[in-house]
Design a binder for this molecule. Structure first.
Ligand SMILES: Nc1ncnc2c1ncn2[C@@H]1O[C@H](COP(=O)(O)OP(=O)(O)OP(=O)(O)O)[C@@H](O)[C@H]1O
Length: 239
């Protein structure tokens, strides 16, 4: 579904993405992991067209995305920090975004709206919401338009355990429908039960891209939260 070929990006002299090549297929939950500032969000933003790479190309369903915008309706995006007009009420924001999406509103998915009980906060101003409640609004908007690709940047950060559980169940059911779901998270234990593929980045480079099954076999560790630190430790010992 998403093809990434030879992507490079620098901010000034600082190379944030170095020759990234990935092929991300559907019916898959892929975890994009790596230390703070290794380039995960920048990579996501190049897929969304919010950051323009210096070289390389990205295609979605075989069509190159440069200078295009229509492809974005194929993607539901949950940002790390959702930014909204602070004076608008939750109900107004939901209405505005639904209006903007226009023709795509026939097949809306209201499951998280119900699960997170967003009806109870429609009158609250965005600027007064707690961090976790803001995350719930962002999660609902990411899933609302039934997009075949979901990109979720730290989706469970700040969510209470029940909301986090609901969101993970939702992610799982959407994968069953054949969707491609790309998730970044630092909470490896959260990813253990849901992801099928791991992309591990360091300092702007993809160090490995493999199935969780393969990773567990290679490291002889049964949990992602043990396998990744094990690999990092091995690397440090070799250096
Ligand atoms: N617009 C920008 N201008 C200059 N530097 C930037 C810009 N956007 C990102 N960077 C830098 O690029 C590097 C990678 O940032 P990015 O947000 O992609 O990291 P990340 O892997 O998502 O980190 P985290 O895990 O902390 O969310 C950081 O050093 C960041 O400061």
């Amino acid at each position: 579904m998403i093809g990434i070929e030879g992507i490079n990006k620098a901010f000034g002299k600082f190379e944030v993405l170095k020759n990234i090549n990935l092929d991300l297929g559907g019916d898959n939950i892929i975890a994009l992991i790596g230390a703070n500032a290794c380039g995960k969000t920048t990579l996501i933003k190049t897929i969304l067209g919010m950051v323009i790479p210096d070289s390389g190309k990205i295609s979605i369903n075989g069509i190159e995305i440069s200078n295009q915008w229509q492809y974005r309706k194929l993607i539901g995006y949950m940002p790390q920090i959702g930014r909204y007009p602070e004076n608008m009420r939750v109900g107004q924001v939901l209405e505005m975004i639904t209006d903007l999406r226009g023709s795509e509103t026939q097949n809306m998915d209201e499951e998280l709206y119900e699960g997170f009980k967003l009806k109870d906060i429609l009158d609250k101003k965005m600027g007064t919401l707690s961090g976790g409640t803001r995350q719930k609004v962002s999660a609902h908007l990411a899933f609302l338009f039934n997009s075949p690709i979901l990109i979720l940047d730290e989706p469970t950060a700040g969510l209470d355990p029940l909301s986090s559980f609901l969101l993970k169940e939702k992610i799982r059911t959407e994968k069953e429908k054949g969707k491609l779901i790309l998730i970044t998270s630092h909470i490896l234990s959260e990813l253990d039960d849901i992801v099928s593929q791991i992309i591990y980045m360091e300092e702007g480079e993809v160090i490995f891209d493999k199935s969780i099954h393969q990773l567990k076999e290679d490291t002889q560790k049964s949990r992602l939260s043990e396998a990744i630190p094990h690999l990092m430790k091995l690397k440090l010992e070799k250096a």
